[in-house]
Design a protein around this ligand. Structure first.
Ligand SMILES: [Zn+2]
Length: 398
């Protein structure tokens, strides 16, 4: 098992699958199709039924199914393993992102930790389950989504498959395990996000006669001051969560003007609102709009709709699953503690449909998205064993 998981990870790292995250990137590195094709080939080698689901041109989710004992039609459980195929971009990396260099007990490369390492572990576990066919195992789905790092559109689209007419996933899974680098702790809750732009408009003029124009950048200044105060004094009191604390708001980008000698006629800021479970992304957006409209009634602001939103993962329906996953993690030498984390994942897309969902995988989030991203080979071995045992030792329903 151990050799396979290392080779699989190196294969995956050598296939760039960068999420452009709103930018233009060369086709040699952008999008997930190389990874999708590789997964399809592996599923075909394992002789498992598989399905691609197009989310956007050139961007496909892919799923495979290993039937259980007893099969799901006779009351067997349906367990979903899920990992995303995309990675963040490679700007500023200090290592060769696609070389999959193995040294010092680590595999280096973009995605090695987040989350091609976890995907390699899930694929290896599936291959072992297919080879050994342990008795009383659940039907296992391996579901690989696109666009986790930016818009979560792959996970949102995937749940549309859970219909009686679907040949791969005729009903919702009984439980979902989302791979992210948690060092095999069990994430039961995490924050959600809402991101959007606010615009100010002005009137362009030559900068030698600024009074002839209307400066959109100046117009944004009171907006920023108000938002800074709002983030500090209002947002922390909007909600509270025992594991995650309070929500936050941050302005992360500002753009405006075309040249220093032109009075700018436009300015845009991007906001990042982190939600605690139970907060609705749209209500959070509306709250900011209402606040600014009240604070700055004379300023004609344009509030764009959120271009990304996903609620948090609440820990309500996943307690029993978390205990089960935690026990297997500990049996494999992991900590297996139920924890909350601030970052977002695909998990709420599944949890929102009522499927008990936790996030658990090998590798350390501290190495995700870094300039020298790596994962410890030890973590790969433990991760592959963990996912295998989770399915092989699954008992009864959840
Ligand atoms: Zn990830």
């Amino acid at each position: 098992m151990s050799q396979d998981v290392l080779e699989t990870l190196c294969d995956l790292v050598r296939l760039p699958s960068v999420n452009p995250m709103g930018r233009d990137l060369p086709p040699e590195v952008a999008w997930e199709s190389r990874v999708t094709d590789y997964l399809q080939e592996r599923f075909q080698q394992l002789e498992l039924p598989w399905q691609r689901q197009t989310v956007a041109p050139g961007r496909d989710n892919i799923l495979a199914r290993l039937d259980g004992d007893p099969p799901r039609e006779q009351g067997g459980s349906l367990l979903m393993f899920q990992a995303h195929q995309d990675t963040v971009p490679v700007d500023g990396m200090t290592i060769e992102p696609w070389a999959a260099e193995v040294r010092d007990g680590r595999v280096y490369g973009r995605g090695a930790c987040d989350i091609k390492g976890g995907l390699a572990c899930m694929l290896t576990a599936l291959a072992q389950l297919a080879a050994r066919r342990p008795p009383n195992r659940p039907t296992v789905l391996l579901a690989c989504t696109v666009d986790e790092e930016y818009g979560f559109s792959g996970a949102r689209k995937m749940v549309e498959l859970w219909q009686p007419s679907s040949r791969i996933v005729p009903r919702p899974p009984d439980a979902a395990i989302v791979a992210e680098p948690t060092l095999l702790d069990v994430v039961v809750s995490h924050k959600g996000t809402a991101r959007w732009q606010i615009l100010t408009r002005g009137r362009a003029a030559h900068s030698s006669q600024p009074d002839a124009g209307s400066n959109a950048i100046y117009a944004m200044a009171p907006v920023l001051t108000a938002l800074e105060r709002y983030a500090r004094t209002e947002v922390p009191h909007l909600a509270n969560h025992p594991l995650l604390g309070h929500p936050t708001l941050s302005v992360g980008r500002i753009r405006g003007g075309i040249s220093v000698n032109v009075v700018p006629d436009h300015c845009a800021i991007e906001l990042d609102r982190r939600l605690v479970p139970g907060e609705d992304p749209r209500a959070a957006w509306q709250h900011v709009c209402d606040f600014l409209t009240t604070e700055l009634p004379d300023l004609p602001l344009v509030f764009e709709e959120p271009y990304q939103s996903m609620p948090g993962l609440d820990g309500v329906r996943n307690r029993e699953l978390a205990q089960r996953v935690g026990r297997i993690s500990q049996a494999c030498g992991g900590p297996g503690r139920p924890i909350g984390v601030p970052y977002g994942t695909d998990a709420p897309a599944f949890a929102q449909t009522g499927v008990p969902t936790v996030v658990c995988g090998p590798g350390d989030i501290a190495q995700a998205h870094t300039v020298d991203e790596w994962i410890a080979i030890d973590q790969l071995h433990v991760g592959a064993e963990f996912y295998y045992r989770l399915a092989a030792e699954w008992q009864g329903t959840i």
